[in-house]
Design a protein around this ligand. Structure first.
Ligand code: G3P
Length: 226
């Protein structure tokens, strides 16, 4: 029997900017969007309508964070956020209340992305609570002289040890090297700000190589193949 071994790293955009999302989605390789309260406060006037629009554009998972901090309020808010669109994933911070709320929401079939993860132990708690996604922040660890990429490797190892089904979503990616490193570490998803998304396409040797190919072709054939 044929066994599917292929595993793809998904690419999410870490922004709430509609124009940026539209432009990047035109490439066909954007799988979802992550927002947070800071990003929505920068780009949205009506957050509910705004995320609805994002979901219609990307047609993939869109993480939207609760702002409540108490378990019961997180659950109520999480449920109404989940109703905005079938694509919505409720983002919940890793606190004691957040983990209990994640457990309850997951039990009810609501997809949760547990955010603000900075240690392997926190990640294990979120996976055990039934999170669909867990979001370790690598750039913010690097900011305080800790190694964000090592955190992704540790979490992937723990996930594999126990066959947890949560997806490891590498967040707080600050440059293209982070992107490649989280892929090497086995992250299931990398969420990148639009600026980094476009940087991923670039290599000076690609530009130089293409220029030379076209010069050589045009010198002999003038027109392209029709
Ligand atoms: O969406 C959360 C995360 O990606 C934030 O990144 O650069 O503010 O640490 P950053």
């Amino acid at each position: 029997m044929f066994v599917e071994l292929y595993k793809e790293m998904k690419i999410f955009l870490d922004t709430a900017n509609i124009e940026e999302i539209k432009r990047a989605c035109e490439t066909g390789i954007v799988d979802g969007v992550t927002t947070n309260p800071s990003l929505l406060s920068q780009d949205a006037n009506d957050p509910i309508e705004h995320v609805k629009k994002i979901a219609e554009i990307v047609k993939g998972p869109v993480s939207v964070e609760v702002t409540a901090t108490k378990k019961e309020e997180m659950i109520v808010q999480g449920k109404s956020i989940a109703e905005i669109s079938p694509y919505i994933v409720v983002k919940i911070p890793l606190t004691e209340d957040g983990i209990s709320a994640t457990y309850e929401l997951a039990k009810q079939g609501i997809k949760v992305n547990v955010t603000l993860i900075f240690s392997p132990s926190q990640a294990l708690l979120a996976m055990k609570a039934g999170a669909e996604y867990i979001s370790p922040f690598i750039g913010r660890l690097d900011d305080i002289s800790q190694n964000g990429i090592n955190l992704i490797s540790d979490i992937v190892k723990i996930k594999e040890n126990y066959k947890f089904s949560s997806k490891v979503l590498a967040a707080s990616i600050r440059h293209p090297v982070h992107f490649a490193e989280v892929a090497k570490a086995g992250a299931d998803v990398a969420t990148v700000p639009p600026k980094i998304f476009w940087q991923l396409f670039k290599h000076p040797l690609t530009d130089i190589g293409l220029k030379k190919f076209l010069e050589d072709w045009n010198a002999k054939f003038k027109n392209g193949i029709k």
